[in-house]
Design a protein around this ligand. Structure first.
Ligand code: ZN
Length: 342
């Protein structure tokens, strides 16, 4: 009987011991989970690196920022494109695996496009009616820039009609505040970026800071009051920077992450040391003719196609900056934690 009790206690003690032990394995389990997580992270990183190498990702490569003005049936200057030409410009970008992003996405490094694709920034200066005119129910008029952008996007699933419109007081030809609000509101609601192109389109070179701030700040306030948007990028009239280039970025009524010029090369990636937010080059859209034989869009798109190692190619992951290891010295330090060399 006594023995039985003792053995009974023994069983209880053993049970208690086992229960006590239960917390022990959970600690072991935690450690296991931690090393599992580390192993998992390593495996994920290895998989990402492999995937980046497979598509030859180069997120330190160059990005074409294309500069458009009017889209009109009878181009009057070399800045104009006809609707037919503009369609062909876009079709070429589709064929060559470019996907549009906005200027704001570019300068902030949010280049969220599929693996193996190249970003392109489509910019439209001077807010002319040929870029955007809406009918009474808010549908873009045929052959305007936005209508063509939407058509091409609809014909090519996955290709998005992102673009940036640099606005002056011309406001797409609208003079009443209500119509101006409708037009800017439409851009905002349809995912287009509204940028600053100064109020009066004056050459800012050599002007005093007060004038520069007035030209940029007054249109910024007008855009804000009409649409609620604070522009995050600016295109400088004639591509001319003010005496202090920082005046274009920061002023009393504006705070820009990027200022765009008017010529003549593809732009460095925002992750590259070569990137200067106060002076981002753009490319005029034109065939290889005259001055455009080398420095406009057809010539540069040919060059980027023939020099794929110089062109920005995405790894499809917006959270990493993937590039061939050899290019590592060009990575800006602020992006070191995102880096994925291979
Ligand atoms: Zn302009």
């Amino acid at each position: 009987m006594r023995l039985r009790i003792l053995s009974g206690l023994g069983v209880l003690a053993a049970a208690a011991f086992l229960t006590g032990c239960d917390s022990q394995p959970s600690t072991v389990k935690l450690t296991d989970t931690k090393s599992d997580a580390v192993a998992k992270l390593k495996a994920t990183r290895a998989a990402k690196t492999k995937a980046a190498a497979k598509v030859k990702a180069n997120e330190l490569g160059q990005i074409p920022v294309l500069m458009f003005h009017r889209i009109v049936p009878k181009p009057a200057t070399t800045d104009d494109r006809s609707p037919q030409q503009f369609r062909a410009d876009l079709e070429r970008l589709v064929r060559e695996d470019y996907v549009p992003i906005t200027a704001a996405q570019m300068v902030s490094g949010k280049i969220d496009i599929p693996a193996g694709k190249h970003p392109v920034v489509l910019t439209f200066d001077d807010s002319s009616p040929s870029q955007l005119t809406l009918n009474e129910v808010g549908v873009p008029q045929k052959d305007t820039a936005v209508a063509i952008l939407k058509e091409v996007a609809a014909a090519h699933p996955g290709w998005r009609p992102a673009a940036t419109f640099y606005v002056t007081r011309d406001m797409f030809g609208k003079t009443g505040a209500e119509e101006q609000a409708q037009t800017l509101g439409w851009l905002k609601d349809n995912g287009f970026e509204i940028g600053n192109h100064t109020r009066d389109h004056l050459n800012l070179r050599g002007r005093p800071q007060k004038d520069v701030e007035e030209q940029i700040g007054s249109i910024a306030q007008q855009i804000k009051s009409l649409s609620g948007v604070n522009p995050t990028t600016i295109a400088l009239p004639y591509g001319n920077q003010p005496r202090n280039k920082d005046w274009a970025l920061h002023g009393k009524f504006y705070n820009h992450q990027g200022a765009f010029l008017a010529g003549y090369t593809p732009a460095p990636a925002p992750f590259s040391k070569a990137f200067d937010p106060a002076g981002i080059p753009r490319i005029k859209v034109m065939e290889k003719k005259g001055d455009c034989a080398q420095f406009c869009s057809d010539a540069w798109l040919d060059w980027l196609k023939n020099n794929p190692d110089m062109r920005y190619t995405s790894d499809g992951d917006v959270g990493t900056v993937a590039y061939p290891k050899f290019k590592a010295p060009y990575l800006r330090k602020s992006f070191a934690t995102w880096s994925l060399p291979y």
